[in-house]
Write a protein that binds this ligand. Structure first.
Ligand code: 13P
Ligand code: SF4
Length: 314
């Protein structure tokens, strides 16, 4: 089927089935363009919680679909490719994380949204990179905290807040591989370019960044800035919205260590394609399910995150 036909069919199926398409900024451009809403992890969860659609097609990775299902158990939630996982979620198996939590019974457990439902079920408060700082700061200064699974984000929040959270040793395979040396070379080549970095990047990169933030924060910063050139250290899919909202600005993807690979793309995110999105809506699969016992435990820390976020205007 041609791309035009796929787009036409997706729109027909979406209308007939009262479905909504939610897409993350890292999705391929065609998916972002056909989606009803494109956003960061927090915004996708907020949309999933409030939509009146019967079906949610979550164009993102598995934990995002799972979060939507946990928040909206009466809706059917589909993901174009069930294998679209996340290296951070995989770096934190629930049994190992559970043992870590049990070894520190006096600690409050904060988990990044990039985790499985089983890990969220062991958690007190879920955070995303948009709200992690305000949520940590909302807790008493002497509160003992476990933060997992992203050690780079945890380390960054520790530095920002002066806390000493115990960190799980997980990383994202995309954000870990940006080359400091090649970024410094780029900065020489484009002396007026500002470096924008996602907090999943290692600390040595965040230290030299002009702005550190979630995908939505990076996009907002670039749009509001008077600067014309930006080096972008996060998954390259975000460049689509950056360029769309700022056609006269220049966005340069930060280069990976290995110049021969497209390692600044998340291969999990890119497993979803327009064709798989069409098939998913047509055949109503693959579908995301969460067992009710896990869901009941996992929904509490997610709802706590949503409450704290709205309290802080996020
Ligand atoms: P955001 O919440 O900033 O969109 O990040 C999600 C993610 O997976 C980053 O790798
Ligand atoms: Fe997970 Fe990294 Fe992909 Fe984000 S970019 S979904 S953290 S693997």
């Amino acid at each position: 089927m041609t791309k035009e036909k796929l787009i036409e069919q997706i729109n027909v199926l979406k209308k007939n089935k009262n479905a909504i398409i939610l897409a993350h900024y890292y999705q391929e451009s065609d998916i972002q363009d056909i989606a009803d809403f494109v956003g960061d992890s927090l915004a996708l969860a907020q949309w999933a919680a409030k939509t009146t659609a019967d079906i949610i097609v979550l164009c993102g990775v598995h934990f995002m679909g799972e979060t939507a299902k946990i928040l909206s158990p009466d809706k059917r939630v589909f993901i174009p490719d069930m294998k679209a996982g996340c290296s951070l979620a995989e770096s934190c198996p629930a049994d190992e994380f559970g043992a870590f939590v049990h070894a520190h019974p006096d600690h409050t457990v904060i988990s990044y949204v990039n985790t499985t439902a089983a890990v969220k079920a062991l958690t007190d408060i879920v955070v995303t990179s948009t709200n992690a700082k305000v949520i940590v700061e909302s807790l008493p200064e002497d509160e003992k905290i476990i933060f997992g699974p992203d050690k780079n984000l945890g380390d960054y929040i520790n530095k920002l807040t002066g806390r000493d959270m115990l960190l799980w040793d997980g990383v994202c395979h995309v954000h870990e591989q940006f080359s400091l040396e090649r970024i410094l070379e780029l900065k020489k080549e484009y002396p007026s370019a500002l470096l924008l970095a996602h907090p999943e990047c290692p600390g040595y990169l965040l230290q030299i960044a002009d702005h550190v933030g979630s995908t939505s924060s990076i996009l907002k910063f670039a749009t509001q800035s008077d600067n014309r050139q930006f080096i972008v250290a996060t998954e390259a899919g975000i460049l689509h919205q950056m360029q769309r909202e700022n056609p006269d600005k220049e966005f340069i993807p930060a280069p990976p260590e290995d110049s021969t690979c497209a390692c600044n793309e998340c291969f999990y995110m890119k497993m979803n394609t327009l064709e798989k999105l069409y098939l998913c809506l047509k055949n109503e699969r693959p579908e995301i399910f969460v067992d009710e016992e896990t869901r009941i435990k996992a929904v509490k820390p997610i709802e706590r995150m949503l409450e704290l976020s709205s309290k802080h205007g996020l």
